[in-house]
Design a protein around this ligand. Structure first.
Ligand code: APR
Length: 232
């Protein structure tokens, strides 16, 4: 019987909340140069541009609401007779606003700012600019608390430990393009877990999953959660 469920989410789960994905037609990486806005080098070259990009993401996030897929995962955590843990690549807070508590943001979060000089973290204001001083040390080295390309994701030790012991690994709304997250399915399967992909279309690494279901997250995630809860 499945008692430990580990769920990886990506931009696709928030798409129907109005937040853009990255690699779909019209995705963010078709409009912005990833090297300029999502790398430490881009931030060093033009911090104002990078802050503008994340200020816009933060505004979109504030204006968005969780959808039925986020709500279903929160319900699963509340009602499932076992452990449910979400690892999200998303920097939005829609899982938390839907009621999920066990969430690791492996790519960081728009809700926080971090000082690159002293690593102090605080709640991000709506608009961040390069001259913002760190409330702890005063350095003008403030950045969004997000993980850029070339940086090490958060919670990796915890995630690897969870992949080793989960009974079921579920991937929702992610293209399977970006490592290390794209490798989680192999790690979970290698440790003996069942694996399921819930995505609009087969992802880049779809064949690594034992089962695949396609459709909009707001439909296929609640349907899957109903099934799991009905199984008891
Ligand atoms: N329901 C389910 N899946 C959807 C939906 C939807 N309504 N809309 C889109 N998708 C799927 C797409 O088919 C695609 O496979 O979501 C996936 C989104 O893929 P990406 O845009 O690549 O987003 P993600 O996988 O989260 O990106 C990973 O890349 O740029 C970085 O740091 C960024 O965390 C991000 C990482």
């Amino acid at each position: 019987m499945t008692r430990k469920i580990l769920i990886l989410t990506g931009a696709g789960i928030s798409a129907e909340s109005g937040l853009g994905t990255f690699r779909d037609v019209d995705g963010l990486w078709t409009k912005y140069d990833l090297d300029e806005v999502a790398t430490p080098e881009g931030f060093a070259r033009n911090p104002a541009l990078v802050h503008e990009f994340y200020n816009a993401r933060r505004k979109n996030c504030r204006e968005a609401a969780p959808n039925a897929a986020h709500a279903a995962l929160a319900r699963l955590e509340r009602e499932f007779d076992g452990a449910v843990r979400i690892v999200t690549q998303n920097v939005d807070d829609l899982h938390e606003r839907a009621g999920s508590k066990a969430v690791w943001h492996m790519h960081g979060t728009l809700s926080k700012a971090v000082c690159a000089a002293c690593t102090h973290r605080w709640d991000a204001p709506a608009v961040m600019v390069p001259a913002d001083p760190c409330p702890a040390c005063g350095a003008a080295a403030t950045r969004p608390d997000v993980v850029w390309f070339g940086e090490f994701p958060f919670f990796m030790d915890e995630i690897h430990a969870a992949l080793e012991v989960c009974d079921l690994f579920v991937s929702i709304g992610t293209s399977g393009n970006v490592y290390p997250a794209a490798g989680f399915v192999e790690a979970a399967a290698g440790a003996g877990a069942e694996t399921l992909e819930l995505n609009l279309e087969p992802s880049f690494n779809a064949t690594a999953f034992g089962e695949r279901r396609q459709g909009p997250a707001s439909e296929i995630v609640p349907a899957w959660v109903d099934e799991v809860l009905a199984e008891g």
